[in-house]
Design a protein around this ligand. Structure first.
Ligand SMILES: Cc1cc2nc3c(=O)[nH]c(=O)nc-3n(C[C@H](O)[C@H](O)[C@H](O)COP(=O)(O)OP(=O)(O)OC[C@H]3O[C@@H](n4cnc5c(N)ncnc54)[C@H](O)[C@@H]3O)c2cc1C
Length: 364
């Protein structure tokens, strides 16, 4: 059924909504799924969002949102909501454990080129903003507690797998050749209740620590150490590192730390779309290690590109829309994933002197 709300606001400029729009099921209500549902609703599609969790998940620390992903959010109508809660990320460096600066992160260069800074936003704020926009558009409430086991039974013109790294849609429709691989690193993330004034990453022997702004009065941190399985072990691994590293770990309650195994999708998928009606977005399509901080950005770019193509081609042109989406996003997202994995290897190097000499060649 065509939805006249979208005919009214004319956001996609289509005059023939009933022929143009169709039905879609989006599996997963993370960043990628919610942004996709918003884009499809704005294009006049009738959308169901199925989420396996029983309620919105409000945990998580910070997302970096680079300028291109901000533009994608602008086009989805969410730029204002993002900027209201985000902080700019500037003046960050790569350091050695003794605090010596090895290089500057290229944030100012990116800002000069794009005309706007990289932003950091707390994951719960971004999820809330996406849910609020979806609610405002109406007609696509998230159906919680709907963990899909057989996506082949879904009956809709378009099925979007936005169900994360262990995607059931990917397994059902794209097979198991590309699968989840661990990279042998366990990371911990947390938020401390004070600002540090020092941002960026500190690289040691096979381990690293990062800290960024996230909200006024709070600092987002992340750490990875081979073999550390307890808070005490993690704190011990960073003893003697420059301030504020030990302080951040000492003054964040370990009960709030999130521990996760770094993983990625390997080998890269030969296509993000299949059968003229199935598409993957976000981690389902190209899960990557978090080193470049691009997980949320790439999911947003996928969602915006997919829904723009669907709006342009309409229901009858769905196969062409999916081909256009794949052509726009696949190589680009897979390059980012490869870059992130390569950076991971570089950062956890057991030959830190060589690594630091190389990074030291960059401008500090
Ligand atoms: C709770 C949570 C906290 C996170 N915290 C951080 C963080 O602090 N920092 C960071 O950098 N990244 C974090 N991430 C990862 C980050 O959100 C993603 O890498 C990135 O945003 C891409 O998002 P996505 O929508 O593709 O996948 P995801 O964010 O993983 O979302 C996938 C969604 O699909 C749902 N789902 C999975 N399988 C099924 C199924 N069979 N049926 C129905 N629904 C299903 C999941 O419950 C989830 O809500 C977090 C992810 C989650 C789920």
């Amino acid at each position: 059924m065509a939805d006249d709300r979208h005919g009214e606001n004319g956001e996609n400029g289509n005059s023939n909504q009933s022929n143009h729009s169709g039905t879609a099921v989006v599996v997963g209500a993370g960043v990628g799924g919610l942004a996709t549902a918003i884009g499809l609703r704005r294009a006049g599609w009738s959308v169901r969002v199925l989420e396996g969790r029983t309620a919105p998940e409000r945990y998580g620390t910070a997302f970096g949102i680079h300028p291109a992903a901000q533009s994608a959010l602008d086009r989805l109508g969410l730029g204002g909501a993002l900027r209201a809660r985000a902080l700019p990320y500037r003046r960050a460096h790569v350091r050695r454990p003794d605090g010596r600066v090895l290089a500057a992160l290229p944030l100012e260069r990116v800002e000069r080129k794009a005309g706007r800074p990289e932003l950091l936003v707390a994951r719960p704020h971004l999820i809330d903003a996406l849910l609020a926009e979806l609610g405002r558009l109406g007609g696509a409430d998230v159906e919680y507690g709907q963990r899909l086991t057989d996506p082949r039974t879904l009956d809709a013109d378009l099925v979007v797998g936005a169900d994360g790294i262990n995607s059931a849609v990917r397994t059902a429709h794209f097979g198991t050749r590309s699968g989840v691989r661990t990279v042998g690193t366990v990371a911990w993330i947390g938020i401390a209740g004070f600002e540090t004034g020092i941002h960026g990453e500190t690289w040691g022997d096979g381990r690293f620590f990062g800290m960024t702004p996230v909200e006024p009065g709070r600092t987002n941190w992340y750490a990875a150490v081979p073999g550390a399985t307890t808070a005490d072990e993690l704190r011990a691994a960073f003893e003697g590192w420059h301030d504020p590293v030990p302080r951040l770990l000492a003054e964040t309650d370990p009960a709030t730390w999130i521990r996760y195994e770094m993983r990625h999708l390997h080998p890269a998928l030969p296509s993000f779309v299949t059968a003229g009606r199935i598409a993957l977005v976000g981690d389902a399509a190209h899960a990557m290690t978090p080193n470049l901080g691009q997980g949320a950005c790439t999911a947003l770019l996928d969602a915006e590109a997919l829904t723009r193509a669907v709006a342009a081609h309409g229901r009858t042109g769905l196969p062409a829309a999916l081909r256009a989406y794949d052509a726009e996003r696949r190589r680009s997202a897979q390059r980012v994933a490869l870059g992130s994995r390569t950076l991971h290897r570089f950062v956890i190097s057991r030959r830190p002197a060589l690594r630091d000499a190389l990074i030291g060649l960059l401008p500090a």
